[in-house]
Design a protein. Structure first.
Length: 572
């Protein structure tokens, strides 16, 4: 927006007495294009049947991660994989895929060299340096035995699941996961959500039970009517092993919920990391960290368990960022068709109010929503809302085309006044292309200063959606390294002030978010026209706070606990 337009707009606002609303924004300066094929991401993610799904285990899909596993400053990519109930010929089973960034817009599959080739029904991924050796490790949940990979620091991984004791029930359906240093001893503990306790042999086929139809169409059964499971907390012993502490820590209350994505967030700003779990068709869970090794579910009284009108919802994915500039992260939870994403605005002291309708998110409701992010794609200082879609029931394409199995990616622009504008149609083919997607992750894979998107697509190769920006807005990336705190700095909160202190933004370092996925651990802040951040405030997981002033824009700032800013440079 030119200075003349700002001046005329300010005069108009003054004349009308309406000084609280921003001016109409400029056209969105970002277009999105899927570059996965030319980048070398061509392997299919196999997940359940095509055209028909008989059982719920085939439908939920899996996550993805932007993951700089070799610490070269360029984001690599991890794409999980599933299976089919009829199986695959021996030697041709699909595996997870690790793609190394070649720094030229392409990637090389290094899965087997890295030691990550593993078949099965993968669900979620979370990342964190559990042994504090300086290399971020990898935990993957399964319908079946989970796996913990230690990053050896030389491009390879070692499966340390058995020694660590975190494999879980070989018959369990594990879902979301997150590393968390809940006792702030500098060592990452591990939380694992679970979805259902099921035996396929006892499940009825589509249409054969009370919860086996949707809008009159026979579909697979569940989750309603099926048995929920319990969540799990493992304490890090500091010697490469973990001890399950679910019961004494209070994690078993509640049980029987259908847990999905799990994320660390200090919701009440008391310096203690809490856990929020999006739950399907049951109330969501907010485990408040009591500071004594125990947790209490306070989701109901703090306003994040139900919808605004008190309904249980089908919670899928989670996104966290400060949407309104008050310095407190808000929450978005994605939901089922006929519902809008839930936007929980932080009101301070740990309480939230749902603002979905007021924010304008109700204009799109016919898609099932999955992975999501609150990301400032145009660097105007206001995080926009992005989510992927895809129905559970491929049969609906024939029976009820109003609820398509494949949907577009949805983008809502944050207008800076508590409202969002649905702008999907004007943002390029990367958003309008239709897929049945699940997990997605956000990060700057080409190091050009804007945020790109990685998406898991059911029974298709993934999408790598590059953001092509014509904006001249500035940005700042912050990478944290703990020393007394855990090395990955999971649980740290960063506040950035700009514009003479008039704009404040807040983000947290998280081990998992979106849907079963992991974002770039470098936190990204748009600065608009500001050429520097007035202040970058870091509250470390230990509770100690550092503040850095007059930090220049358009660079990656590496901050090491106890040392301050150790480097500040461009990305390439």
């Amino acid at each position: 927006m030119t200075g003349r337009r700002r001046f005329l707009g300010a005069l108009a606002a003054a004349a009308s007495g309406d000084l609280g609303l921003p001016l109409a924004p400029d056209p969105y300066a970002v277009r999105f294009v899927d570059v996965a094929r030319q980048a070398g991401l061509r392997d299919v993610v196999y997940y359940g049947g095509v055209g028909k799904v008989n059982y719920i285990v085939e439908a939920n899909g899996c996550g993805v991660a932007f993951y700089d596993y070799d610490h070269d400053g360029w984001l690599d990519i991890l794409v999980l994989n599933g299976s089919r109930l009829e199986g695959f010929p021996k030697g041709r089973e699909p595996t997870n895929h690790l793609y190394r960034n070649n720094r030229d817009g392409t990637f090389t599959d290094v899965t087997r060299q890295a030691g990550l080739a593993r078949s099965g029904w993968a669900q979620a991924v979370c990342i964190g340096d559990f042994d504090n050796d300086g290399f971020d490790d990898l935990f993957i949940t399964y319908w079946g035995t989970n796996v913990l990979y230690r990053n050896n620091g030389d491009g390879t991984f070692t499966d340390v699941t058995a020694r660590a004791g975190v494999g879980g029930d070989p018959k369990g359906w594990h879902s979301g996961c997150t590393f968390i240093d809940y006792d702030r001893d500098g060592k990452l503990d591990l939380f694992v959500a679970t979805y259902l306790d099921i035996d396929l042999a006892s499940l009825p086929l589509p249409g054969q039970g009370i919860h086996c139809t949707w809008k009159g169409v026979p579909v697979f059964c569940g989750p309603r009517g099926l048995k929920g499971a319990r969540n799990i907390l493992y304490h890090n012993n500091g010697d490469g092993t973990f001890t399950e502490v679910s019961r004494p820590a209070g994690i078993l209350k509640p049980s029987g919920y259908y847990g999905m994505t799990a994320a660390v967030t200090d919701f009440n700003d008391d310096g203690l990391p809490d856990i929020y779990v999006a739950c399907d068709s049951t109330p969501s869970i907010l485990y408040r960290n009591n500071g004594n090794g125990t947790f209490t579910d306070v989701a109901v009284e703090h306003g994040v368990a139900y919808s605004e009108d008190g309904r249980e919802q089908a919670g899928m994915g989670l996104a966290f960022a400060d949407t309104d500039g008050d310095g407190l992260p808000d929450i978005v939870k994605t939901l089922f068709a006929d519902d809008m994403p839930a936007l929980y605005r932080s009101e301070g002291k740990g309480y939230f109010s749902e603002r979905s309708m007021a924010a304008g998110l109700h204009v799109v409701t016919n898609y099932v929503q999955w992975g999501a992010g609150l990301v400032d794609f145009d660097n105007d200082t206001w995080p926009d809302l992005f989510y992927v879609t895809g129905h559970l029931y491929p049969e609906l394409d024939r029976a009820n085309p109003n609820y398509p199995y494949r949907g577009p990616r949805i983008l809502f622009r944050n207008l800076g006044n508590g409202k969002f504008d649905h702008i999907t149609a004007s943002c390029g083919p990367g958003l309008s292309a239709r897929h049945s997607s699940r997990g997605c992750a956000f990060g700057d894979f080409d190091n050009d200063g804007d945020m790109d998107i990685l998406v898991m697509n059911m029974n298709e190769p993934p999408s790598l959606i590059r953001a092509d920006s014509t904006s001249t807005n500035n940005w700042l990336k912050v990478k944290l390294v703990g020393t007394v705190s855990n090395r990955t700095a999971i649980g740290a909160r960063v506040r950035v002030r700009s514009g003479g202190g008039s704009r404040v933004q807040a983000q947290e370092v998280q081990s998992q978010s979106s849907y079963y996925s992991v974002n770039d651990l470098r936190l990204h802040f748009g600065l608009g026209r500001a050429e520097r951040a007035d202040a970058v405030e870091v509250r470390w997981p230990t509770g100690k706070t550092d503040t850095f002033r007059n930090v220049g824009a358009n660079r990656l700032v590496l901050i090491r606990e106890g040392e301050g800013i150790v480097s500040a440079s461009g990305l390439r």
